[in-house]
Design a protein around this ligand. Structure first.
Ligand code: ZN
Length: 266
């Protein structure tokens, strides 16, 4: 894959400040950046967005809002939308919230209802909402939305507005036998807002922070990106890697590995 399609999530280089991410990404030929809300601690998001754009990076998105099953969902999502507008992110990634001590059915109903409440605000602000299905191992604590088919159904239940779509993260969805048709459908409906890439290491030692660099694991990346391309996806492929192992290494060399792996494995 050509580097013109490469965006990186700042969390991937967690040891770096967002300012360092911007400088190094621009130098390495990365073209897009996805900010995390933690980047704005003590820094104004509008300044951060301008700094990125001045360095030649497209601000591709903001991670993340959602968590609809938490008590703070409303205030937190309003803040997230304000931050997305300020940083100039066209979309906000939503991790929808786990079921915790409720049933999955209850959690999914709550997610649908609260998403419907948030949606008009997002549409008015001009920020698209990207539903990210998470691997079912996170259904209790992080997201009761677990497959691309569920994400499609949720978009349709809300009337398929153009500002609501799907973020496909290969780490969460690679195992799904319906992934490819789900991707093709999403792209055809202009609903494929984001694609997050990394790899699944075997054996995995930590189910949150042991993601692999592309090519280190068993995810059929080329098959997945080919499905996206065939269906007409023209956006960035966003490298999003939480890895204690990679965070402990010198980040400049790691970024070189990221650009190499992106070209070689996608
Ligand atoms: Zn993701």
């Amino acid at each position: 894959m050509d580097l013109s399609r490469l965006a990186v999530h700042t969390i991937t280089n967690r040891p770096w400040s967002p300012r360092e991410c911007i400088e190094h990404y621009a130098d390495a030929g990365v073209r897009g950046i996805t900010f995390w809300r933690r980047d704005f601690e003590g820094v104004e998001p509008d300044w951060m967005g301008k700094t990125a754009r001045d360095a030649g990076l497209a601000v591709n998105g903001l991670a993340r809002g959602g968590f609809f099953t938490s008590e703070e969902w409303w205030d937190d999502n309003r803040r997230a939308l304000d931050e997305a507008v300020a940083v100039g992110a066209p979309q906000l990634v939503l991790v929808c919230g786990g079921c915790h001590d409720k049933t999955l059915e209850t959690a999914r109903a709550v997610i649908a209802e609260r998403l419907a409440t948030l949606l008009p605000l997002a549409l008015a602000a001009g920020v698209k909402l990207a539903l990210e299905p998470l691997h079912p191992m996170y259904a209790a604590e992080r997201s009761a939305l677990n497959t691309i088919a569920q994400a499609h159904a949720l978009c349709e239940a809300l009337g398929s507005p153009s500002g609501l779509g799907i973020a496909v993260d290969v780490y969460h969805t690679w195992w799904d036998p319906n992934l490819e048709p789900g991707i093709e459908r999403a792209a055809q409906l202009n609903r494929l807002f984001a694609v997050h890439v990394c790899d699944w290491i075997t054996p995995t030692t930590d189910l949150l922070n042991d993601r692999g660099l592309m090519g280190e694991g068993c995810i059929p990346l080329r098959t997945i990106t080919a499905a996206c391309e065939r269906a007409g996806f023209g956006g960035f492929y966003e490298v999003e890697i939480f890895s204690n192992r990679w965070w402990a290494t010198p980040q400049e060399a790691y970024l070189s590995e990221i650009t190499r792996a992106f070209s070689a494995c996608l």
